[in-house]
Design a binder for this molecule. Sequence first.
Ligand SMILES: [Zn+2]
Length: 79
Amino acid sequence: MTVPKPTDGTRWRCTLCGNLTRFDVTRSSKVVEYVHLDLAGEPRIEEQEVLSESIESVRCRWCDAADQVELVERPGAQV
Ligand SMILES: [Zn+2]
């Protein structure tokens, strides 16, 4: 099952328990990072460009249901 992606006007809601705020999201992404190392060899990522990204799974933190989310309107959203 594919997970619907939230937009500016929508948010996730667990269809089983109604949770709106807490999810474990498994995401895979392809990212280019600009790594800047200092003289001691300590790396720091100064820029990140996300080439592609996909959500693989969303698990509800309350009832532990996997991929049982629907999209609902955000409060006060301008749709
Ligand atoms: Zn739930």
